[in-house]
Design a protein around this ligand. Sequence first.
Ligand SMILES: Cc1cc2nc3c(=O)[nH]c(=O)nc-3n(C[C@H](O)[C@H](O)[C@H](O)COP(=O)(O)OP(=O)(O)OC[C@H]3O[C@@H](n4cnc5c(N)ncnc54)[C@H](O)[C@@H]3O)c2cc1C
Length: 355
Amino acid sequence: MVHPVTAAYPTLKDYLAEKVVPIAHQLDQESALLFETFWALGRQGLLIPKIPTALGGLGLDTQAFWQFQSAVARHSGALAFLQTQHQSAASLLLSSENEALRQAYLPAMATGKRRVGVGFSQLRRQPAPLTAQPVPGGYQLRGEVPWVTGAGLFEEFIGAAVLESGEAVFGLLPLVSSADDRGQMTVHEPMAIAAMASTNTVKIRIEDWFLADDQMVAHRPAGWIAQRDRHYPLSPLGLIFGCTQAGIDVLVRSLSRRQIDHDITCQLTAQLDQLKTAAAAALTLGEAAYSQKIALRGQAIALMNRCAQAAVIATSGAANALGHPAQRVYGESLVFSVSGQTTGGAIASLDCLLS
Ligand SMILES: Cc1cc2nc3c(=O)[nH]c(=O)nc-3n(C[C@H](O)[C@H](O)[C@H](O)COP(=O)(O)OP(=O)(O)OC[C@H]3O[C@@H](n4cnc5c(N)ncnc54)[C@H](O)[C@@H]3O)c2cc1C
């Protein structure tokens, strides 16, 4: 079947097949190569596909964006993950009332002329790791941002800090260690992580940083992230489906190489298709369907892990080699199993492990 998104954007299809597939393993390991590949997507104007075309994006709706993400993640989880952070920053800017920032950033982000990450998952933590205090002309920020992906590529990130009232302020912050009259920002070395280390995920320490009003992206009410998590529990599915397909691809090749005839491929593919259909239907449902959606996300994570594990088993001992695609997909499934995880998401995934 022709993939709807890659059919609509043949440059993406060709680029993934010709340029990404041969270097997928290095993209997981080598930041410079990964960043060059990100730039190449930018040269094709493919970096913020969910943003309206008038502002430089492709105007994809959620389902089409899943297909886009899935197509990229099928070939390189690291590239898809990096692009997703940039897209998240663009979506925050799109909803911003700061018109000057929207105009200055969004079209430039489509091509990679401006590169922006995000650091707001800490809003899920209690007490807030990063706090803000109103001061004349802006806010004073203090604390820690535990996760920001893309150091060395993204020049800035949109960080979120919590006010005493529980409301959150989002603003543009430099993704590089800085000490000047705005305050002090310390970007730690990239974390030593088991998979996708090339994406350069860092922790940031912020000491009395002045976030000026003109760098403000958004202001959100107390409890915003919990509401968002309830509204959009399916948002990581594009990455999860892509990684699942990547596992099936490795499985098919390994079974064929060893001349093992087994119907597991058909069964896993059928399960993936069923979940995609169920997810598309669930997208039309409102927040009342939260339990159904979070259970679906748990099932999708469980299927992704089964496919990654099947790829390892079918590959046999060679799957233990760091350079084998089965190893890469197994590692990517580790990251995608917990991306944007909430307590409800963890419980849904754990439930699936028992069923
Ligand atoms: C490789 C990698 C890259 C990442 N990159 C980014 C990035 O670029 N930007 C970004 O914003 N995030 C990023 N993340 C964060 C990612 O989305 C988080 O994994 C996810 O949000 C879960 O956060 P956590 O593991 O820090 O868990 P926690 O912060 O511990 O939270 C998990 C859940 O537990 C709940 N919880 C935590 N503490 C308590 C408590 N004491 N009592 C009750 N409930 C509690 C939280 O409310 C939440 O629902 C990245 C993660 C990884 C692994």
